[in-house]
Design a protein around this ligand. Structure first.
Ligand code: NI
Length: 141
């Protein structure tokens, strides 16, 4: 009987700093303030974000790797974190146009960018940490 294939999850972390505000243009300033509190501050606020991208797969017998983490690093940097770093997420990022730049919406957008670029293994999770207490995860569902 063939040996059972072992599924391994590998993760690359990248960091970026960016500003945003949570502000619904269809609401009044008072409604925004009531719902989002200081996150709606019209002069924006910043975070030191940490992005974790996890790939699921089977280690290649030749390389011992699910996917080369250097390659994953390049994909994340070129297509995501370089686009976000030191940017205003409400205004400056083409792939976040016309959406609330909440961490929920950002992880879904990041998934859609990274997923088609993964050749060995499959994208399993995109996790974004906004503060030490607040983070979100997306599994492509
Ligand atoms: Ni915030």
């Amino acid at each position: 009987m063939a040996e059972k294939q072992k599924i391994v999850y590998i993760t690359r972390r990248e960091r970026f700093n960016a500003a945003h505000k949570l502000y619904n243009k269809n609401w009044t300033e008072a409604e925004n303030e009531a719902f989002f509190g200081k996150c709606s501050n019209k002069y924006y606020h910043g975070h030191n974000f940490e992005l974790f991208v996890t790939i699921k797969g089977i280690a290649d017998p030749e390389t011992g790797m699910v996917m080369d983490l250097k390659k994953l690093k390049t994909i994340i940097k070129d297509s995501v974190t370089e686009q976000l770093d030191h940017k205003n997420l409400n205004e400056d990022v083409p792939f976040l146009q016309n959406m609330m730049p909440s961490i929920e919406n950002i992880v879904v957008a990041v998934w859609d960018i990274i997923s088609p670029q993964i050749e060995n293994g499959k994208l399993h999770c995109v996790k974004l940490i906004e503060t030490e207490n607040n983070f979100v995860e997306y599994y492509g569902e």
